[in-house]
Design a protein around this ligand. Structure first.
Ligand SMILES: Cc1cc2nc3c(=O)[nH]c(=O)nc-3n(C[C@H](O)[C@H](O)[C@H](O)COP(=O)(O)OP(=O)(O)OC[C@H]3O[C@@H](n4cnc5c(N)ncnc54)[C@H](O)[C@@H]3O)c2cc1C
Length: 329
């Protein structure tokens, strides 16, 4: 059988910003992300409240449940992320674990599983200073999710953590085979990781990648990242696993729909994923078309770091958040 096309046309370019301007912008945002004075300023600005309300469900577990209830009532699936990463003490890591255990109990009691699952950052569970602790905590969350009849997906962070995260994933999958992986199309290694992880039952979220990575490990241009995304999507959609296509990019969504037809994948054998507050009308359209559409819902009081780090890691996200504020499509 002839394979699907492996390329994607070069994207139309917006206004060209110089490399220097991008670097400046990045260092300004990074400086701001470390400044408690700027945090106070940002936290009290009226514009910020709108941004936070649009992209973060709220500070508490009850906010997470409310947002989940609303999304599930609209036919969406959900994955919940308790904000916070790079914990530096075991007390913090264990507190994050306990928050997930509580969340899973409440989701199950409210009848919101399996529609809602959880997304977990291993760095929030201690990965940076004690890998065994991160594994133990992740395992406890997987056991609770299993008891609640739902699943866990391990978010992927910067490339220095990829091997450790995939190692922990492999260990978790021995007892909890539905544990989901995330692969980032901007990493040069990802096509090979997709081949490794495209086996039966393997849940794999494919995203472009949100961190600032060096050229030695990651494609730098939009066109290269998009082409890599399509190659990876082809591997996952033609494989035996369960692909989770996480993107807001209309061209990649259209290619996902096309490959589902090409590889005869019914809507229960893959899903689309997008972030809370981004392109809600497109999310509703995909639900209307009969696809599984999962919204990634962050909650917690560490929203400042979340928003600022997203901007700093990739200043293009400034436009990403800006676009989302003026567009629901
Ligand atoms: C569910 C989910 C989970 C994720 N998990 C991870 C993770 O674990 N690790 C990680 O590194 N990254 C993760 N990401 C982030 C991801 O890597 C990207 O940084 C982010 O999704 C932006 O890439 P994009 O594919 O949406 O396309 P972009 O390149 O940001 O946008 C492409 C095109 O999409 C359209 N578009 C984008 N945003 C809007 C908007 N607001 N309104 C209208 N059109 C828009 C525009 O046409 C735009 O040109 C996740 C993303 C999602 C959706």
């Amino acid at each position: 059988m002839k394979g699907p096309p492996h390329t994607v046309a070069a994207p139309r370019r917006g206004p060209v910003h110089g490399r220097y301007a991008r670097l400046m912008l990045r260092s300004v945002i990074l400086a701001a992300s470390r400044s408690s004075r700027v945090e106070r300023l940002v936290a009290t600005a009226p514009f910020t409240r709108d941004v936070v309300r649009r992209f973060v469900a709220g500070a508490g577990t009850d906010d997470a449940l409310r947002a989940t209830r609303e999304l599930v009532a609209d036919g969406l699936a959900v994955t919940l992320d308790n904000l916070g990463e790079d914990t530096v003490t075991s007390d913090q890591a264990n507190a994050t674990r306990d928050e997930y255990l509580k969340l899973l109990r409440l989701l199950s009691a409210a009848g919101l599983t399996p529609a809602a699952e959880v997304s977990v950052k291993l760095s929030a569970l201690g990965q940076k200073f004690d890998e065994q602790l991160a594994y133990d905590n992740a395992r406890a969350i997987c056991a609770a999710a299993d008891g609640a009849g739902t699943t866990v997906t391990l978010d992927m962070e910067d490339h220095t953590t990829t091997d450790s995260t995939l190692d922990i994933l492999a260990k978790l999958r021995k007892d909890y085979p539905s544990t989901g992986a995330v692969l980032q199309a901007y990493l040069r290694r990802t096509e090979s990781d997709c081949r490794e992880l495209a086996g039966p039952g393997s849940r794999v979220r494919l995203c472009k990648g949100a961190y600032k990575e060096p050229e030695s490990v990651a494609y730098q241009s939009t066109g290269e990242v998009d082409k890599s995304y399509v190659r990876c999507l082809n591997i996952l959609m033609s494989g035996d696993g369960y692909p989770m296509l996480a993107t807001h990019d209309p061209r990649l969504i259209a290619i996902g729909e096309d490959r589902a037809r090409w590889f005869d994948r019914s809507p229960d054998r893959f899903e689309f994923q997008m972030l809370y507050g981004i392109r809600p009308e497109e999310q509703a359209r995909l639900v209307g078309e009969g696809y599984t559409m999962r919204t990634y819902v962050p909650y917690g009081d560490e929203w400042y770091g979340y928003l600022m780090r997203r901007l700093a890691e990739r200043p293009a996200n400034l436009a990403f958040f800006g676009r989302a504020l003026i567009s629901k499509k």
